[in-house]
Design a protein around this ligand. Structure first.
Ligand SMILES: *Cc1c(COP(=O)(O)O)cnc(C)c1O
Length: 367
């Protein structure tokens, strides 16, 4: 068997090749490359997809989160030095979005079963300076959504979602991107909805917030050369929006294909050395990643590679052990540290074949 790559982006995008090239030619002939009809149309359709009234396209997922917090500061709803509770095992982008706004990230332990913040760990970290919770739907799963919404409301906290890994996840009546006051999405090429470069957006129910972010992403300006706010240049590229418009109608199908593969992994992998992910609700998990835990991770990865299966680690070093976050180094976060020592992501994408999935299952069961 040929190597099964962790992710085959070429194969994922191949069915769209003709549509992408046609659209590129159209845009080239039209000559409107920034904030045009494609961005407007994507914002409209993605807002509808997430069941929210507003979507604002931005440059990438980090900017989406950063601009949400910057906008709340501009609106006077957050202030420098305010504490925001964030899971300690997230991708560092969630934390950078806070630090770059002079907000204080308060790292909370995730639940060892779901890898997401639990209400219990939020309660442990709340102080009189807490003003917001940044929940991360890590690996594609939403959990404890209603609990977080109720708790945030009772305690007058903003609830923000990092939905960069969870396009299309649904928890009960909650769609990713519609649970909190606002959500940041990334359309980095490898995400469940991926562009052919960097792209992102904010979704929200809040008209004022959407308005502020629209201004902030475009130099703080609504009317050309009039600057209301100290803004940024973080616009969703017209051509990336065009590619996303072509792919969005297939997102549910792609997620469904991921869920079918995940179901096979969950029911057919049977090896006491491998800890499988806990799925709280079938529709709540869109399996951006399929992450297992193994105590002897290097041996496991080598064994899989010898059998033509590429794996990756999400993530090898927790944020509080990163050089850039030296002041957090002394924190004691045993659950987070255990997760970072044991996780392995096995191949997961809508283009894996049945034979490839069978091979992966057989090899893991023979480990
Ligand atoms: C990918 C990702 C981001 C950042 O998105 P970019 O588009 O790469 O800036 C933020 N948070 C999480 C959880 C992610 O997986």
């Amino acid at each position: 068997m040929d190597l099964i790559p962790f992710l085959n982006l070429q194969k994922i995008n191949q069915p769209f090749e003709v549509a992408f090239l046609d659209k590129t030619k159209q845009l080239f002939e039209k000559g409107w490359f920034v904030l045009g009809d494609e961005v407007m149309s994507f914002e409209h359709d993605f807002a509808k997809y997430c069941r929210v009234p507003f979507c604002v396209g931005v440059g990438n997922g980090l900017d989406a989160l950063m601009l949400i917090f910057r906008a709340y500061i501009a609106m006077g709803k957050l202030h420098k030095g305010d504490e925001v509770i964030v899971p300690a095992n997230t991708y560092i982008a969630s934390i950078l979005a806070l630090i770059h706004n002079d907000l204080v990230p308060v790292l909370a332990e995730p639940d060892l079963d779901t890898y997401n913040l639990s209400l219990e760990s939020v309660k442990e970290k709340i102080t009189d300076k807490t003003r917001a919770i940044l929940m991360v739907h890590l690996y594609g799963q939403i959990s404890e959504a209603q609990e977080m919404v109720d708790f945030a409301r009772e305690n007058h906290l903003l609830l923000i979602e990092d939905a960069a890994q969870a396009h299309g996840a649904v928890f009960g009546e909650h769609f990713a991107g519609s649970i909190g006051d606002a959500a940041g999405f990334s359309f980095y090429p490898g995400k469940n909805l991926g562009a052919l470069g960097d792209a992102g957006c904010v979704t929200t129910h809040d008209a004022l917030l959407a308005e502020k972010i629209r201004i902030l992403r475009n130099y703080g300006s609504e009317i050309k050369y009039q600057n209301k706010l100290l803004g940024f240049n973080s616009r969703l590229d017209e051509i990336q929006a065009a590619f996303l418009n072509i792919k969005l109608p297939f997102l549910n199908q792609h997620n469904h294909e991921r869920q079918i593969i995940a179901h096979r992994y969950l029911t057919e992998i049977d090896n006491y050395k491998i800890i499988l992910p806990k799925v709280v609700d079938r529709k709540a998990h869109v399996f951006h990643l399929f992450v297992v835990r193994v105590s002897d991770r290097i041996a496991f990865q080598n064994f899989l590679l010898k059998n033509d299966i590429q794996t990756l680690i999400h993530y090898p070093i927790p944020p509080h052990h990163q050089k850039a976050m030296a002041s957090y180094r002394k924190m004691h976060l045993p659950v987070t540290e255990l997760i970072h020592q044991e996780v392995v992501s096995i191949p997961m994408s809508p283009v894996l074949t049945e034979q490839e999935v069978s091979h992966i299952i057989d090899v893991i069961n023979s480990y």
